[in-house]
Design a protein around this ligand. Sequence first.
Ligand code: 26Y
Length: 823
Amino acid sequence: SYFTKPGVGIGNVGLSKEDIKTSFLEKLFYSLGRIPVVATQNDFYISLALTIRDRVFRKYVKSLEQYAEEDARGVAYLSAEYLPGPHLGNNLLNLEIMEEIREALAELSLDLDELLNEEVEPGLGNGGLGRLASCYMDSLATLGIPSIAYGIRYEFGIFKQEIQNGWQVESTDKWLHNGNPWEVIRPEISFIVNFGGHTKHRRDDDNKLHIEWFPDSEIKGIAYDTPILGYQSTAIILRLWKAEATESFDFAAYNLGDYYRAVEKKMRSENITKVLYPNDENLSGKELRLKQQYFFVCCSLQDIIRLQLLQGRKLETLHEKFTIQLNDTHPSIAVAELMRLLLDEHHLEWEEAWKVTKNTFAYTNHTLLPEALEKWPVSLLRNLLPRHLEIIYEINSRFISEIREHDFTGEQISRMSLVDDRGEPTIRMAHLATVGSYKVNGVSALHSGLLQEQVLQDFAQLWPEKFTNVTNGVTHRRFLALSNPRLAALISEKIGKDWLTHLDKLKGLESFADEEDFRRKWMEVKLHNKKNLANHIKELTGITINPEMLIDVQVKRIHEYKRQHLKVLHILSLYLRIKKDKDTNIPPTAFVFGGKAAPGYFMAKRIIKLITAVGDLINNDPEVNEILKVVFLPNFSVKLAQLVYPGADLSEQISMAGKEASGTGNMKFALNGALTVGTLDGANVEIREEVGEENFFLFGLTTKEVENKKAEGYHPYKIYSENEKLKRVLDFLMSDELTNGDPELFRPVYDNLLNQDPYLLLEDYQSYVDQMENVYKVWQDPGKWARMSILNVANMGRFSSDRSIRDYCEKIWKVEAVKMQSE
Ligand code: 26Y
């Protein structure tokens, strides 16, 4: 081992307070050229980050050695999005040196919390899907699963959200502005990616067909590696690709002397990794987005092939050494690209190449929403990736011949085809991913069931054994141990620290749920976290909330199916009860919202304006603002999330049943002792099963009932006219008090709800309002609330991403953990 050679690879990377202090000052001096008296907080942060990165890399090299020694089978995770959150705190937690570092810094008159606050997080994703990928990296590393994660190094991540005059205003996220101490550029790991042009088919003397692609442009992808450390254990690499122009292309292709045009071309090719598309679950068929997808897939597959060949193995056995997980359809062009690489570059026969391909990939579906299912126009593919289009056609024609042999109707066959030619011909990427994979999974029990009954039902009939479920999970290390240290300490005091690696152990808390003293301590921790949240709310919005209030939170992307506006209707009903009915029976509540709207999503942006308008009205009305407060927290992020979940009493999970594939925020809230009010949607169903129905506030139609309601003809206007209280609330949306005399302001919301209401807000309204009354009844019994909160946490074991990753390993990947030998 490299580590056992005397004096080699060791360096000063000890974990003691003194070792760290020395390294930290050395980094400041030698890597930044600074001495403490002139250094900025950011200089100190960078020095600390570099100090810690050394320790993390040491763990990484060590794990790599072990994987190589065991010749282990491994996972490559392909995702267009990652939301890792701040690295520093998590790495300190996982190295178990938080307190030593705090002391070391204090001895240098520095404050760890201030340095932690300097970090700008990589916002390389939109929401749930990107955060899930990062939770899975945490668990892959912790469990010691040989793995590598690939993605795109967007120069600008998800936009920064500000609220101006109540509206969302977007600006660019310059996350690399102060440099990024966590990544290492790997100039030697770089690949060429081609685009455009045409193909030529020719037969050789043996009548063997040779196909050659003559692209008309090329771009280089360069690897940037960020180590992700697991708890007490190994590290894995997040490898993100940045696009650069190739030398040969930008200059040789142009007339000598035409320097500026050459440079312009160079800039254009570097555009590919400039910015993350800020749409989630809402398609915009942009050419650049397809270029991004192909770019990162092409680099990643070449890298995987490089690793396979480096180990002296043949490509015919690629699927034995690697499994490649597709995080939604965003990387699904990989199916065609792997075929191209095997056929055209490495000269395998079709049958052999197809066998390898379909035994290598597995596909996770994250949505049933038709508007989020990717379809690429054939014309676009023909221009950008002509060879891939040919391959897709060939896969399709062989697939269709195969299903013709089964009892499928003509209608089913055209439904299953990879090509949708009703209207402008498009390629259905979910079908490509399904045909090209050995396993397909949904992300909660309900969602996986619906996937097999709806979107992919014909495929499930054809290949029932291909379909499975892996319920999502979250890393309880970041979202409990790191972000809620007081609750973590209280838990460890009662049941020890095993829960950090075995979340099931939380079950041990159940027996303390009736202990008076434990309940008191539990609620003291919650109150402390609520004060902390209230302070941040004050700082970010200027709004004062009393920490004793019930803190009722909905944080997630803004989308009509998630029904933030249903929450607004409830708030308005309370407001009107206070103002009009002089009702004094409403417990003081702070309603907290957060989340971004896709910049082009009209309704979502209106909903933000609605929330802030209701907030302005309520927060400034002395008759109401002692009882109700409404806050919109701008720029929701992982960093903010870590502050919000610990301070929440109530978690809003109120999507229309059948629409939220899983949800993961629901798990993070419950893990921090918030109670849930929610529908039977996504993972809510399983959370309720685990915590017990008596510890969950359920309301609304079930998926089946939603289907029936829609089938029989849904008439929201009828509900409006028959429910007087609801009518009063809805009409208030058009009132001058709320709209300041602009009747158009919320008319789109009003009209939509009265006439279409595709997500059944009016249908579920009464049931929601009634269940909220029940919430208030329990809230007024603090002992009961505390008990329910403890029981929720005690039963969250199943929702650790460690369990999800173990499920993936067993049900899908057939990959095993590698045991680390101590140094
Ligand atoms: C195609 C493009 C417009 C697109 C871009 C991003 C489509 C979808 C997305 C992101 C989807 C997403 O975040 N889905 C969420 O995945 C979570 C993790 O599985 C689920 O918990 C959550 O219910 C689902 O909405």
